[in-house]
Each structure stands twice: as structure tokens, then as C-alpha cells.
Design a binder for this molecule. Structure first.
Ligand SMILES: Cc1cc2nc3c(=O)[nH]c(=O)nc-3n(C[C@H](O)[C@H](O)[C@H](O)COP(=O)(O)OP(=O)(O)OC[C@H]3O[C@@H](n4cnc5c(N)ncnc54)[C@H](O)[C@@H]3O)c2cc1C
Length: 767
């Protein structure tokens, strides 16, 4: 394509998000666009995250560059440094700048954030700084060599890293923080206390619960005065009290904004042809302040720009790791406990090591580590996977101290993310090593792993070390060779095979025939064997009472229905029955299921009969079917959802799996599988990846049934559909379910299994 016939893609902002979008676009369609980037800053791209490392003397300004000027030239990108975009005219499709104007076909706003500057008297004085750009970093370094005392306002990640940087340069630093503990949004009280002690030992002073009232001095800063009347003398002040999305240009151009520029799951603003990405964007009410989300957004946006939609941004579970030498802190997901969660903690006051794990509905929902952060990526993946864990697994997570680190690396699947900032998996790094990249620098350049916050550098180094000794590639399969649980020396695969070959449907029979060390087994082997028995022998597998016994002896029953939906008749019947039985509590679970709590054993048969429920169901995990809230009166979608629910109701699944039927691609973004009706066809997405599309609802139904059946047949127990897809490969799975003969065979098997399972469920005697 000649450059004159290319579409004009303009980016406002040459920061971490803008550059990443361009990199992704170049990967997908290197010749589709004539690209222009406007940058208010006057240097080619650099890794902003590493400014803290520059201040701490661990990096140089030169070493944190992302691309030199020549890279832009080589890719035919026009980079306009030191040029500020001031207004957009979406009708004329033009951007106005402080130096002129330019036309666009597609426009990406990637203007990042601005440091929040406290509106206190004296803020305009010489010696008040923020910490956001290379220029700020240079100024701070210069002042640190001339002056002795600094006050850093803000005890968050940025403030602490700035304080450590200044302390490293020999400055006497005090951190002033409004709350009673530092990093209060990421850390609980214990971790915040340990962190404060650790930083105090490095010479940093803390003034907590202090509100700055004034920056004192004549022309130049001489100190701070606080609301409580106390004062602090300081030669200069660093404002690190948070950031706010830089939305000035959007506001000026009538592009809808709230805290950030409002975007949908495809990073589109409300104005045609105009997109926003990174810290300036607001998705689902959240504007992020870390890089991991913006890299995910960049991938989605690049596909959208190149006309390859099908990828949606679903939000990001955030994780924070402090970049201060010798201080290991990690926090991810939720860190404060609500009523419905379980917390496991360990604290060793002597070594100063602390771990807190927070579980919700048996899934890991949050983690805080202090002292030893080796488990951080494992915990983050578990939070993202949101799959239930057995009590043994939870306890093991708590007691694991990371000393089996190398072994753990070897046993991780190839899909395991090593670098969370850049979404680089173990498999990506292994491929890079196999392709001849044998140093950290080469891996960084080739895969981008360890090139952002640097928290994973130690893991990359360990992988390189193992690779040099020929270990890592050879031991990739260790997970598959590990015994299923402490009760047996057999692997999961061997257990499954024996169940199938020897027809070991009952647990006691299996534990005896396979020489279990503990004949009653543990929760892990009981669950796994029940799953495989149900998979291989539908109808013959053991059932569990359709009601969970609670610790106090009472029963809880969860109603089967399309997530969150009950008809008026059901609701009426339900209310009457609950009233008649004086059911003490009706709850909604996190998955929107209605639960009757506090039932007695005697009441169960009556409840099953009234609600037309089987008294017992196959043990284990199953398929949840949801329909988009806003389209309940959509007969085609509702019918499809009901058919899926009817078919899979009595069929065990390796992991809790959710299907959502929706009219809007952006809805129910957390569903494992999304069936969305677009004006043209049906789209099937797994997570945020488009799996396929189909013209008819029947074709979509057949395809999804085959997909789910293939997943059931070939996934390992507890493997969710995303992990399974990565392991099997999306191309392979498509080949299987698109092949007419294979699809028909899978659906025939499914029909046979479901017929037996349903018949069996109906035949179960009432308890
Ligand atoms: C010191 C420091 C340490 C950090 N550490 C971490 C960390 O450890 N982990 C982590 O995940 N994140 C960290 N962050 C946050 C991370 O750097 C940001 O999330 C990321 O840089 C945001 O990228 P962005 O492209 O949205 O914005 P930016 O990188 O800020 O880029 C926006 C660019 O747009 C330019 N611009 C703005 N308006 C205009 C305009 N009108 N015209 C032209 N150009 C314009 C700006 O000058 C800027 O260059 C850190 C940030 C700092 C400052």
C-alpha cells in the first residue's frame, strides 16, 4: 500500500500506553496506517516506571529508553516532540496543536495522568516538585546534590520510591502522610507497619496523620506547616499525593469524561473514530494507575484499530510491588476483609516475614506478602483464575515459603505468566531461550519480560540458570508427574485411567484397589475421583445430597436457574414455601444464585418436591448459564440459555464454567464463554478472545455444545477453560470443533451422557 493511500492514525501522547498501542498495531498490520505521534515531552519514549530506579541509582536515564528516535524513522512514524495537542474537531476529523493542525482517520488519546498537586498556600514556591517525567527526575537529582532536607508528601508507592531515591542521594527525607499507615490502599496494618519499620531503618522518617496546611518560605521553600499547628523544616518538597487522569483535551473537545475519558470494552469513546487508552481512560468506572492494565488495553485497541475486533478489555486485577532494594512487598486483589471472606495469615516477627491470604467462596481474592515475595506471581494467577481451592490447597499456599522456587518454576505450565506487567508467559521465555536469547538483557529485549517494574527479574534469572543446566525444558511436565495428593503415589492421569479401566465408581472401592495410604482419602482425591467417575460413567457415579450441610448441622439449598432469573410463578411458589417452612434466611451467592439457608434435614424432601428439584446431584463443579440482564425479554437468547442449562444441568465439569448469552458484546465480560448476538451473526468468545462466529443460533448451539464436551473430555480436573485453551492451543480446539464429523461425534457423546445423567437424576429416591 502506498503511504498516500494509508489511513491516518494519530496518537496524542508518546507515553507507555501510546507507544504500546503503536507496537501492537505494527505487529498486526505494519503497513495499514500512516502514523503520527504528538508528544508534549521533548524526548523519545522511555519507561516511566523506571524513573524511581534512576533516582535510586539503579538505572540511568539512558538505560530506561524504550525506543530511540531511529526506531520511529525505521517504522515510518512521524514523531512530533514538544508539540501539545490542544483541541479535537471530531466532525472535521482534525487535531489542533500549539504548532498547527493535522487530519486523522483514527485518533487515539493517550495523555496519561497528571500528578495531583495539593491546593495549599505556598505551592507555587521554588523547590516544590512532582515526580512524573524525566525532567522532574533530573530536577530532583540536581536539588538533592545542593540541599539537605526533603519532605515527600504522600506515603503511597510513588512517594516511598521517591523518598528512597532521595535518601540514596544522601538527603534527609521525611514522608508526610494523611492516613495512619502508609500504602493503606494496598497493605493492611501489619504489612504497613513492617514496611514502615524497614524504611525507617534506611533512614527515612515518617509523619503520619499529618495534613499539610501551608508550604512556608519566601520565594523558596523552607518547610511545611500542618493543620495541627506543628511544622517541619525542608529545603524542598516532593508532591506524591496521587495522580488524576489528564482529560483536558477531551473536555475541551466535548468527548464524554467522568474521572477519565469514558471508554467501552473496545476502548472506543462516545465519538466515532476517537479512542482513549492508558491512565487517561476510564473503563467501567475505573481509571488505572499502573501499567499492566494499559498493556492489556493496548492489545485490544490495536485489534480494533486494525479492523480485527473480537478482543475485549475486561478490567484488570491489580498487583503492586515496591521497587526498593532489600524491601520486598507485594499486594494484589482485595486486602481488606468483608463479612463473607476467610483470612489465613502467618507472621514471623523475628524474620519480619508476613503473609496474608484472603479467600472468598473458596477462591483466592487477595494477597499481601512482606519479606518474601517469591510466591507473588503464583498468587496473582490464582486470584485471576478465580477457581475454588480445597482446604488443603489453601493451607499449602499459606505454608509454602518459596524455597522450592526453582522446582515450582519447573513444574509450572507453559501458560503461567512470569512477567505480569507485560503478560509474558513461561512458554514465551522458554521459546526465547530456545531461540538463542541467553542473557537477561536479551530476554528483556526479545520478550519485554522484566523490562517494566522489574519484579520478575529474579524469576527470569532463575529460568536462565535452569536452562543453562538443561533443567527447565526437561522438567516442564513435572506437574503431570506429581502424585495427585498425599494419599497416593499415582498421578491424576493414572488415577483417571484406572477409574476408566477398572470401573472404579465408588470411592472406597477405588481407594482399596489402588492401594490408597489413607482409605478415606482427602478432599482433593475424593473430589477428583468423583469427577472422573461421573465423567466416565454418567449415571453410575456417586451422587451427593442436593443440599450442603453447614457446620451448625443445618442445610443450604442452591436453586438451579438461569443466573439471577426466576419467573414470577417460581418466585411466588418460592416465597410461599419459604414462609410455610419459616426458612430463616434467603441469600444471594456471589454468583447470583438464590440460596435457602438454615433448613433442617426433614424439610429437604418437601423443598425438592415443591421446587421440582432432583434430591441428589452429581458431586462437583458444573456449568452456570447466565443471560444478559438488559435482554431478559429476548426470546431467542433466552431459549438458547435454557437449552444449554437443560442439557448440562446434570453433567459434571472439571471447573466451574460460566456461559453468558448476551445481545451486547461488552456485557458479562467476566463470563468464561460469551455468546453474543451482533447485528450480523453470533459470536462465541472465551474470556476476551473471539473464538468463532456463526450465522445461526442452531449452529452456535451445536458448536458450543461440542466445545464444552471437548473441554470436559480433555481438561484436567480444576483446569479452567482459559488454561485449557492455552494448553491445547486455540487453533487445535477450533480444528476439532469446526470439523463436521468431530463436532457430530462430540455432540452424540454428549447426548448419550446427558440422557443417562438426566434419567438417573430423575430416578434418585427422595432423601
Ligand atoms: C516514578 C514512577 C514509578 C512508577 N512505578 C510503577 C510501577 O512500579 N508499576 C506500575 O505498574 N506503574 C508504575 N508507574 C505508573 C506508570 O508509569 C503509568 O501507569 C504509565 O506510565 C501510564 O502510561 P500512559 O501512557 O497512560 O501515560 P504516560 O506514560 O504519562 O504518557 C502520557 C504522555 O502523553 C503526553 N501528553 C499529555 N497530554 C498531551 C497533549 N495534550 N499533547 C501531547 N502529548 C501529551 C505526556 O506528556 C506523556 O508523555 C510509575 C509511575 C511513575 C511516575
Amino acid at each position: 500500500m502506498g503511504s498516500e493511500s494509508r489511513q491516518r492514525l494519530v496518537l496524542i501522547g508518546n507515553g507507555m500506553a501510546g507507544v504500546r498501542v503503536v507496537e501492537e498495531v505494527l505487529k498486526l498490520a505494519p503497513r495499514q496506517f500512516a502514523i503520527t505521534i504528538l508528544s508534549e515531552e521533548d524526548r523519545p519514549s522511555y519507561n516511566r516506571i523506571l524513573l524511581s530506579s534512576v533516582l535510586q541509582g539503579k538505572q540511568t536515564l539512558h538505560s530506561i529508553g524504550i525506543h530511540p528516535f531511529q526506531w520511529y524513522v525505521d517504522h515510518g512514524i512521524e514523531l512530533r516532540l514538544g508539540e501539545e495537542a490542544t483541541r479535537i474537531d471530531p466532525v472535521a476529523q482534525k487535531v489542533y496543536t500549539d504548532k498547527g493542525e493535522l487530519a486523522y482517520d483514527k485518533l487515539v488519546i493517550a495523555t496519561g495522568s497528571e500528578p495531583f498537586v495539593l491546593p495549599v498556600p505556598g505551592v507555587e514556591k521554588e523547590g516544590v516538585f512532582v515526580f512524573r517525567t524525566i525532567r522532574d527526575c533530573e530536577r530532583l537529582t540536581e536539588w538533592a546534590t545542593r540541599y539537605q532536607k526533603a519532605a515527600v508528601i504522600g506515603g503511597g508507592l510513588l512517594g516511598l520510591e521517591a523518598a528512597q531515591g532521595l535518601a540514596h542521594l544522601g538527603v534527609d527525607v521525611s514522608v508526610i502522610h494523611l492516613s495512619d499507615r502508609i500504602m493503606e490502599r494496598q497493605l493492611d496494618e501489619t504489612a504497613a507497619r513492617l514496611l514502615k519499620q524497614s524504611l525507617e531503618s534506611k533512614g527515612i522518617r515518617f509523619l503520619l496523620q499529618k495534613q499539610t496546611a501551608e508550604i512556608s518560605g519566601e520565594e523558596r521553600v523552607t518547610g511545611l506547616r500542618f493543620q495541627d499547628g506543628t511544622t517541619l523544616s525542608a529545603d524542598f518538597v516532593v508532591m506524591a499525593a496521587g495522580v488524576q487522569p489528564n482529560i483536558a483535551i477531551a473536555k475541551e473537545s466535548n468527548i464524554p469524561t467522568k474521572r477519565g475519558i469514558v471508554v467501552d470494552d473496545r476502548l472506543r469513546t462516545d465519538v466515532s473514530g476517537v479512542y482513549a487508552v492508558g491512565e487517561c481512560a476510564e473503563h467501567n468506572g475505573i481509571s488505572y494507575g499502573l501499567v499492566a492494565p494499559l498493556y492489556e488495553q493496548a492489545k485490544v485497541l490495536a485489534r480494533e484499530l486494525c479492523g480485527l475486533p473480537g478482543l475485549y478489555y475486561n478490567g484488570t486485577v491489580l498487583a503492586t510491588q515496591l521497587k526498593i532494594s532489600g524491601v520486598n512487598v507485594f499486594s494484589a486483589g482485595e486486602t481488606t476483609c468483608s463479612r463473607s471472606c476467610t483470612v489465613l495469615k502467618t507472621l514471623n516477627e523475628i524474620t519480619g516475614q508476613y503473609k496474608k491470604l484472603l479467600f472468598k467462596e473458596d477462591c483466592l481474592a487477595g494477597a499481601v506478602l512482606f519479606g518474601n515475595t517469591r510466591q507473588s506471581d503464583q498468587l496473582l494467577q490464582l486470584i485471576r483464575a478465580n477457581t475454588p481451592l480445597s482446604d488443603d490447597e489453601k493451607t499449602q499456599l499459606l505454608t509454602e515459603d518459596g524455597t522450592a522456587f526453582e522446582r515450582e518454576l519447573a513444574s509450572l505450565p507453559a501458560s503461567h505468566l512470569i512477567c505480569n506487567c507485560n503478560a509474558v508467559s513461561k512458554g514465551d521465555i522458554m521459546s526465547a531461550m530456545a531461540a538463542g536469547q541467553h542473557t537477561i538483557a536479551q530476554i528483556k529485549a526479545g520478550t519485554k519480560a522484566a523490562s517494566s517494574c522489574g519484579g520478575c527479574e529474579v524469576r527470569v534469572a532463575a529460568m536462565l540458570e535452569s536452562f543453562k543446566h538443561g533443567q527447565l525444558l526437561a522438567t516442564v511436565d513435572i506437574a503431570e508427574r506429581k502424585p495427585l495428593c498425599p494419599c497416593t503415589s499415582l498421578t491424576e492421569q493414572q488415577v483417571a485411567q484406572s477409574i476408566a479401566e477398572k470401573r472404579l465408581v465408588v470411592f472406597s472401592d477405588m481407594s482399596e484397589k489402588l492401594g490408597w495410604k489413607n482409605k478415606n482419602g482427602c478432599r482433593v482425591c475424593r473430589e477428583v475421583s468423583a469427577y472422573y467417575a461421573g465423567l466416565f460413567f454418567p449415571g453410575g457415579a456417586p451422587k451427593e445430597r442436593n443440599g450442603k450441610q453447614e457446620n451448625d448441622g443445618s442445610y443450604t439449598i442452591t436453586l438451579p436457574h438461569i443466573a439471577g432469573r426466576l419467573s414470577t410463578d417460581q418466585l411466588k411458589q418460592f416465597a410461599l414455601m419459604a414462609e410455610e417452612l419459616q426458612v430463616p434466611r434467603i441469600d444471594f451467592s456471589a454468583r447470583n444464585q438464590v440460596q435457602l439457608k438454615g433448613l433442617t434435614e426433614k424439610q429437604l424432601p418437601y423443598v425438592f418436591e415443591q421446587l421440582d428439584m432432583p434430591p441428589a446431584v452429581l458431586a462437583g463443579k458444573r456449568l452456570q448459564v447466565a443471560i444478559d440482564d438488559s435482554h431478559y425479554n429476548w426470546p431467542e437468547g433466552r431459549h438458547l440459555a435454557e437449552r444449554l442449562l437443560d442439557l448440562f444441568n446434570c453433567v459434571p465439569f472439571p471447573a466451574e464454567t460460566e456461559v453468558c448469552v448476551t445481545l451486547a458484546a461488552r456485557r458479562h465480560e467476566l463470563a468464561a464463554i460469551r455468546l453474543s448476538r451482533s447485528p450480523l451473526n453470533w459470536e462465541v468468545a472465551i474470556g476476551s478472545e473471539l473464538f468463532c462466529s456463526n450465522d445461526s443460533v442452531e449452529g452456535t448451539f451445536q458448536l458450543v455444545c461440542a466445545l464444552l464436551q471437548y473441554f470436559r473430555q480433555s481438561a484436567q480436573y480444576s483446569e479452567n477453560i482459559h488454561a485449557w485453551l492455552v494448553r491445547k492451543g486455540a487453533v487445535h480446539v477450533r480444528e476439532v470443533v469446526f470439523d463436521a464429523a468431530c463436532q457430530a461425534k462430540l455432540n452424540k457423546q454428549l447426548a448419550e451422557i446427558t440422557a443417562v445423567s438426566h434419567e438417573h437424576a430423575e430416578r434418585m429416591p427422595v432423601v
